[in-house]
Write a protein that binds this ligand. Structure first.
Ligand code: NAD
Ligand code: UD1
Length: 343
């Protein structure tokens, strides 16, 4: 069995690749290196002792996908490839629809031709928009508020429609909450381009002196201390969720009848505020994080955290790592790689 991983040299994919290799599962990583670097392959090899097969290609290039399916004995795909900056998606929606929706369409079409029927897709809690209720379970209303979120929802819809059209398909949309942290080795981690949009990469860059102070976006939300609350999940826990989800396909391989479409939240179920995150980072790493309270960021919500019980009942997964490990590993990665991956 070989698993094709699109967006394979990216942040979450590289952590997933490590676990799959450590479990002796064959993988092929495919990426166009738009938002990642080939040096990630060396790092994965350093951690696992195995060099993953790599194909430099774009998921929108169906000929390349056809060749990959013809060359390798692939029976499942984990689809991470895509653009992920919400603000950029508002400014340049066409490139987001092209990359995220058209790219996924091409991938599904190549899978159909190659009779590869098992897919795990990187969805996001962003599909819930302003939460109907908390904690968010998979039956909550889906109402996105930006093109990036719309892309995720449209791909989920394509997956669900395909499953309705033919019972050969098994398609799992994993809705991630807020991935943070890095592999404990400090060899792989998140390497944001330019000024980080997300909280923890910003905090670690303040800690390393790259940025002067953190802007806390709002202290007047209806939360424990007025700052926004999110469900932060360690990236290695998240990666393990993908490996567990692959187990759903085991029964399919023997019966040829797919499991259909499933959407599953991957979160811890715990919400922490921005100020709680800052305090936790300071305590765990012994570094002060200067911050200032700023106006709310447009489009932000008060609170977002998961009901993660479906992940436990369907794939036997729950997050194991707490805030301490998230903070320790995020800082370990940043302090060892202050400029991110350097080639
Ligand atoms: P990332 O940018 O590190 O990884 C995505 C990878 O896809 C990159 O290596 C990039 O080069 C590649 N890529 C982009 N477009 C491509 C294309 N057309 N063809 C081939 N490769 C392409 O991002 P990540 O944080 O690892 O996110 C992975 C997935 O998870 C994305 O789909 C993202 O939307 C989703 N997601 C991420 C988060 C998060 O906070 N990181 C949260 C929810 C969902
Ligand atoms: C953002 C994306 C979401 C994506 C998620 C994980 C938006 C509107 N949403 O969500 O689609 O799935 O990242 O990648 O961009 N904060 C600060 N100062 C900062 C940065 C963030 O106070 O410099 C606060 C935010 O206001 C928020 C919390 O920290 O309350 C988390 O922010 P962030 O890491 O950007 O994640 P989300 O906003 O949840």
């Amino acid at each position: 069995m070989t698993v094709l991983i699109t967006g394979g040299t990216g942040y979450i994919a590289s952590h997933t690749a490590v676990i799959l290799l450590q479990q002796n599962i064959d993988i092929v990583l495919l990426d166009n290196l738009l938002n990642s670097k080939a040096i990630v392959l060396d790092k994965i090899e350093l951690i696992t002792g195995k060099r993953p097969t790599f194909v430099e290609a774009d998921i929108r290039d169906e000929d390349s996908l056809d060749k990959v399916f013809a060359q390798y004995n692939i029976n499942s795909v984990i689809h991470f490839a895509g653009l992920k900056a919400v603000g950029e998606s508002v400014e340049n929606p066409l490139s987001y629809y092209d990359n995220n929706v058209v790219g996924s369409l091409r991938l599904l079409s190549a899978m159909d031709k190659a009779n590869v029927n098992n897919l795990i897709f990187s969805s996001s809690a962003t599909v819930y928009g302003d939460p109907e209720r908390l904690p968010l379970d998979e039956s909550c209303a889906l109402r996105t508020t930006n093109p990036y979120g719309a892309n995720k929802l449209q791909v989920e819809q394509m997956m669900s429609d395909l499953c309705n059209s033919n019972d050969k398909w098994s398609m799992v949309a994993l809705r991630y909450f807020n991935p943070v942290g890095a592999h404990e080795s400090g060899l792989i981690g998140e390497d944001p381009n330019g000024i980080p949009n997300n909280l923890l990469p910003y905090v670690t860059q303040v800690a390393s002196g790259l940025r002067e102070k953190l802007s806390v976006f709002g202290d007047d939300y209806d939360t424990v201390d007025g700052s926004g609350v999110r469900d932060y999940i360690h990236v290695v826990d998240l990666a393990e969720g993908h490996v567990k989800a692959l187990g759903l396909f085991d029964s399919v391989n023997s019966s040829n009848e797919g499991i259909g479409f499933e959407a599953i939240n991957l979160g811890t179920g715990n919400g922490y505020s921005v100020l709680e995150m800052v305090k936790s980072f300071e305590e765990i790493n012994g570094i002060e994080i200067p911050y200032q309270i700023c106006p709310r960021r447009a489009g932000d919500i008060d609170s977002c955290y998961a009901d993660a019980s479906k992940a436990f009942t369907t794939i036997g997964w729950k997050a194991e790592r707490g805030l301490d490990e998230m903070m320790r590993d995020a800082w370990n990665w940043q302090s060892k790689n202050p400029q991110g991956y350097e080639e």
